[in-house]
Design a binder for this molecule. Structure first.
Ligand code: NAD
Length: 457
């Protein structure tokens, strides 16, 4: 799409927002219902497009993209009136104080390729709920999903309200030069920095949902079998291309061998002798990411897996031992089916390692000992955590989702999505029945009495 067209859409959306139509709560609810209907009526086409883009089983596309979106829309429809109701708070005698959420206006939502449907439309749920207009920029890498999203959105919503702009870096750069009232970006930390810099020119507020290396710590006092299953599931779902996928493991030296054996058993149980022929094992999204991952296989000792097939974008589930923190695999987010394993003698070694590196998007602890996980929770920082599980904290509408430090700025999901796209406007309402004469200049009270009067307000 040419730049002139893009700026026209932004302009018509600004006019549409200024008409006030999106502020009506019934309008917002009806638009959310329309979005849900769009998903329901086109579910099989959507699942097919995502699965084609990512070489994924359709059940994975339902669990990772379509299912969570439907749940999010239903939850939002159910709660929206409550969230949008202005709230009265404590106020001075004779006055009223109200907090009234209002939409930010015209927002831009930019999505990555790994959950190309959910990560474009779930922020949109928050944007619609809060009463905004939105420009949606899907990832150009998952082209089937992007094309279908464009078709479905443009045949369902007026472009002055919601519009998909397809494109890559050039189109995104142009979009970033325009004025928006909020930019919601999901993607890599490196591109996140570009977005933040561009947004700062217009002082545009941002939500940056970024990545990072999410660690797992395994205590000796754990259920080894269930621990292994939950880590391997989280690691290999979508072929490790999940922002909250467990990136690497720290395991107590005493049970390391047992855990590794259980990892191997679990891979076999999930995907069979040859995962390449399993319909349940996804592929790497493209050759660029395949080459990046293959280059990480040259350091450390591969103790399971390691086979690759570039023509099929296939990388076997791979466990790597003898890892040094200077290896390339520990310098970047892996985002693929490779699992480096470290051992520790004292859990403090793992905690110090995490604290000496960039703050992760997620962290996982496996233990039967409450004190053990409480210690890790207290001593480390992460966007979110699951104890005795991986990824599951992301699935709750009641928990805010987002990063901290290098893993992101801002949170969403459930009410937090509504908050992200709202301005909580403080409104103070006074009366003309009396006035605060004693506080106007020239001052009639000494400091002591002024303090007393102020403390009564
Ligand atoms: P990416 O940062 O390469 O791309 C994301 C979006 O930014 C795409 O729409 C792309 O077109 C655009 N983009 C890319 N380069 C750009 C540039 N130079 N200027 C402007 N726009 C540009 O990310 P990706 O490869 O699509 O996704 C993988 C990354 O996303 C991983 O780091 C992963 O952890 C992260 N991620 C985070 C979350 C989260 O919720 N925190 C969820 C999914 C993925």
């Amino acid at each position: 799409m040419d730049n002139l067209k893009i700026s026209e859409y932004i302009e018509i959306q600004r006019n549409y927002f200024n008409s006030g139509k999106t502020k009506d709560i019934n309008f917002r609810i009806s638009q959310l219902k329309t979005l849900l209907k769009l998903v329901d009526e086109n579910e099989s086409r959507i699942l097919e497009a995502i699965s084609k883009d990512l070489g994924r089983h359709i059940i994975d596309s339902y669990m990772g993209d379509v299912g969570p979106l439907k749940k999010s829309i239903n939850y939002t429809i159910k709660n929206l009136k409550k969230w949008a109701t202005p709230k009265k708070v404590h106020s001075m005698t004779g006055t009223k104080s109200i907090i009234q959420p209002e939409p930010l206006g015209n927002v831009l939502i930019i999505a990555p390729w790994n959950y190309p449907f959910l990560l474009l439309l779930d922020p949109l749920v928050g944007a619609i709920a809060a009463g905004n207009c939105a420009i949606l920029k899907p990832s150009e890498i998952t082209v089937n999903t992007a094309t279908l999203l464009n078709e479905l959105i443009s045949s369902t919503f007026e472009p002055d309200y919601i519009k998909v702009i397809e494109g890559g870096v050039e189109e995104t750069k142009y979009l970033l030069e325009q004025k928006f009232d909020h930019i919601f970006f999901t993607g890599s930390t490196s591109v996140g920095k570009i977005i933040y810099q561009a947004a700062s020119k217009n002082l545009t507020p941002v939500t940056l949902e970024l990545g990072g290396k999410s660690p797992c710590i395994i205590d000796e006092n754990t259920d080894v079998k269930i621990t292994a299953r939950r880590i391997i599931w989280g690691k290999l779902f979508n072929n490790g291309q999940t922002c909250t996928s467990p990136d690497y493991v720290f395991v107590d030296k005493k049970i390391k061998e047992k855990v590794i054996n259980e990892f191997k058993k679990c891979i076999l149980e999930f995907y069979g002798e040859n995962p390449q022929v399993s319909p349940h094992y996804s592929r790497i999204v493209n050759a660029k990411n395949f080459d990046r991952l293959e280059a990480l296989l040259h350091e450390g000792r591969i103790i399971h897996g390691g086979k690759t097939d570039r023509n099929d974008l296939y990388i076997e589930p791979t466990i790597i031992d003898n890892i040094s923190p200077d290896f390339k695999i520990m310098q970047e987010e892996i985002f693929g089916p490779l699992l480096p394993v470290f051992e520790y003698e004292n859990v403090q070694e793992a905690i110090d390692y995490i604290n000496n590196n960039q703050k992760p998007l997620a962290a996982y602890v496996f233990t039967k000992n409450k004190k053990f996980y409480e210690n890790v929770v207290k001593q480390t920082s992460a966007g979110g955590m699951s104890i005795n599980d991986t990824i599951m904290h992301v699935t709750s509408e009641h928990l805010p989702f987002g990063g901290v430090g290098e893993s992101g700025i801002g949170k969403y999901h459930g009410k937090y999505s509504f908050d992200t796209f709202s301005n909580y406007k403080s409104i103070f309402i006074n009366t003309f029945l009396f006035d605060r004469d004693i506080l106007y200049p020239p001052y009639k009270l000494c400091l002591k009495w002024t303090k007393r009067v102020l403390s009564l307000l």
